[in-house]
Ligand binder design. Structure first.
Ligand code: FES
Length: 186
């Protein structure tokens, strides 16, 4: 069964036309707007805790360029997946533990052998805003830090809280590498 909306004309061409693209983009934007507007209603129909606990997603990392951070949604919250630069990693590793409000070494926040990948829940540990990616003074020159504009919390290239009212580092969810380019979260 096709899940293509009725309003999108079917096409036998292999490449979508520019018009198709524009229509899909407009529908996508409309979907985002509608999703935002009806969030309280949908949220009230969330599945049970058992269903949420068992939900997991797989993410293909291969399109994510070095220095790029993507956002994906998992169990109703945003996840940040950053393909760290060598500079990000170096900056994170050289931080002494005694300057960290929530001391954690960088290697405990990533998977051994996959240190270039940083996977975190993108929710500020202060009051739950979604931090901005690639802003703040802990960007290491590559945009690797995270800044929460709500009250000014700043997270470094390992997602650790460095400045501001947030008490803890950005949380790292349970995840595993299925291959070098694929992870399963949850
Ligand atoms: S919610 Fe992020 S600093 Fe307050």
């Amino acid at each position: 069964m096709s899940n293509k909306p009725d309003s999108i004309p079917s096409s036998t061409a292999l490449e979508p036309t520019r018009r198709d693209f524009m229509m899909l983009t407009a529908l996508g934007l409309a979907g985002v707007g509608a999703g935002t507007a009806v969030w309280p209603f949908i949220n009230s129909m969330n599945p049970s805790a058992e269903v949420l606990a068992s939900s997991s997603i797989e993410v293909d990392l291969s399109p994510i360029q070095v220095g790029q951070t993507i956002k994906v949604k998992w169990r109703g919250v945003p996840l940040f997946i950053r393909h760290r630069t060598p500079n990000d990693i170096e900056e994170a590793r050289k931080v002494p533990m005694n300057v960290l409000p929530d001391p954690q070494t960088d290697d405990t926040r990533v998977k051994k052998g996959h240190e270039q990948w940083l996977v975190m829940i993108g929710v500020c540990t202060h009051l739950g805003c979604v931090p901005l990616i690639g802003e703040g003074e802990f960007c290491a020159g590559d945009g690797g830090g995270f800044f929460c504009p709500c009250h000014g919390s700043q997270y470094d290239t390992s997602g650790r809280i460095r400045k501001g009212p947030a008490p803890r580092n950005l949380a790292v969810p349970e995840y595993a590498f299925l291959s070098d380019n694929k992870i399963k979260i949850g």
